[in-house]
Write a protein that binds this ligand. Structure first.
Ligand SMILES: [Cu+2]
Length: 139
């Protein structure tokens, strides 16, 4: 499947507003419109591990979608397809890009109109990072 062109959005990093130093930082957050005829959006962003220890993201949720999955687009015998990842490990000081054609977040079945989207990144039950994104032009 193809992803529709991304809509640039404003991202506010809730975690970085707190007094404690967030180990995980997000930037360049983009959430696409749902693919026409589907209830599927994709989220792209850069995730940076600012700590000295590796971080493993095991779960991503959004109150604005019934389901969120970490995906990777791969070429399988010349055929593009996506696989769901159980987890995503980011090494200390490493930035991982979630971008079209590579790693991405697949957001499925929006709950109501998605004008703003919140993403929660977890390691086990520990909330690592929350990202608020305003999606313009979606009614
Ligand atoms: Cu996908």
């Amino acid at each position: 499947m193809t992803h529709v062109p991304a809509i640039t959005v404003l991202a506010c990093l809730l975690a970085s507003c707190s007094a404690t130093h967030a180990p995980l930082a997000a930037s360049d957050v983009v959430v696409t419109r749902p693919v026409p005829g589907t209830q599927i959006s994709a989220a792209y962003l850069a995730l940076t591990n600012t700590s000295r220890q590796k971080i493993t993201i095991t779960k991503v949720t959004s109150p604005d979608f019934e389901s969120a999955e970490l995906h990777e687009s791969i070429l399988d015998d010349g055929i593009a397809r996506m696989i769901a990842l159980e987890e995503l490990t980011i090494l200390p000081q490493q930035t991982v890009l979630l971008e079209p054609g590579g790693l991405h977040l697949m957001l499925m079945r929006p709950v109501g109109a998605i004008e703003s989207v919140t993403l929660h990144f977890y390691a086990g039950e520990a909330l690592l990072l929350s990202v608020d994104t305003v999606v313009e032009g979606i009614r």
